[in-house]
Design a protein around this ligand. Structure first.
Ligand code: TA6
Length: 281
């Protein structure tokens, strides 16, 4: 029988989802609808920094931060406010698989930052060797609004210098480490020799599966066609208080989203964007 338990993690309320086979589990915080951990066969597959800060208003370094309604820097705080707001628990279902809904709506604080009425639903579904998360955005306002969004997933790796990301060959990307120049991926796989920060436009649309080595497959809905690949490298990591140079070799971020241009949503319209993360072996 699958189980959903309430628990506190570093002072933040959350849920622990355990699959009926007992071999897969997930920790999900109400703060940011943040997937904090995902474990299969006792292996922790998402990276969480040992220096992660659990403080209201701060982003948690690891797991799956939810970036909405703004990717990157801009008029809003970096990566938007959804990841630093407390969501509320909705429907949970343990018949068959196991799924949980979390909800976030506009409030005084968000309206001051971003003058639009919205409702977000994050649905998490945990299976034996995979999980799916799906964000539904509903415009509850009388005016249209625009947003960019992304799942900022931190994957555990043994050593970044031996890690390869497959599936983005021939895809055009913005190289944020080289002045934002537009380039084309000419390699069969992405390898990491230093700071890497690239936005692959429509990277998810090509037919190649998006893989981390031969272990993890990431599949996105067609509404999330872009792929960001990031590792800070040693120098940048040194200056990140919640990373540190001892951590940069231990993770890679492969992030699916809709970030190259904005999603436009009219009054009462809804949009869905999902990712599936699967352990291949
Ligand atoms: O997704 C890559 C990125 O945009 C990088 O530029 C880096 O800033 C990273 O996100 C982390 O951002 P954060 O605000 O979570 O520290």
């Amino acid at each position: 029988m699958s189980v959903v338990e309430f628990e506190y993690k570093s002072g933040f309320p959350g849920l622990r989802l355990t699959h009926s086979n007992g071999d897969a589990s997930m920790e999900l915080l109400l703060y940011g609808a943040h997937v904090l951990s995902w474990t299969v066969h006792n292996k922790q597959l998402l990276f969480l920094s040992d220096r992660a800060v659990f403080e209201q208003g701060k982003a948690i370094r690891g797991g799956v931060p939810v970036v909405w309604p703004q990717f990157g820097p801009g008029p809003l705080p970096q990566h938007g406010f959804a990841r630093v707001k407390t969501w509320r628990v909705g429907k949970t279902n343990i018949d068959g698989g196991i799924s949980v809904d979390l909800h976030l709506e506009h409030d005084e604080e968000t309206l001051k930052l971003w003058p639009h009425k919205f409702h977000l639903t994050m649905t998490l579904r945990l299976s034996e060797k995979s999980f799916v998360q799906e964000l539904t955005v509903t415009n509850q306002d009388s005016q249209a609004f625009e947003f960019t969004t992304l799942y900022h997933t931190y994957f555990t790796v043994d050593d970044i210098k031996n890690t390869k990301v497959f599936g983005l060959n021939n895809v055009t990307y913005l190289d944020k480490v080289d002045g934002g120049k537009t380039k084309t991926e000419t390699n069969q796989s992405i390898e990491f020799t230093g700071e890497t920060d690239r936005v692959y436009k429509d990277g998810g649309k090509n037919s190649n599966p998006l893989l981390i080595d031969d272990r993890i497959q990431i599949t996105a809905s067609s509404t999330m066609p872009d792929v960001v690949v990031w590792n800070p490298g040693q120098e940048r990591a040194k200056g990140m208080a919640d990373v540190g140079e001892h951590n940069f070799p231990k993770y890679v971020c492969v992030e699916v989203g809709h970030v190259s241009d904005a999603v436009k949503l009219g009054p009462n319209e809804s949009w869905k964007g999902a990712q599936e993360i699967k352990l291949l072996q």
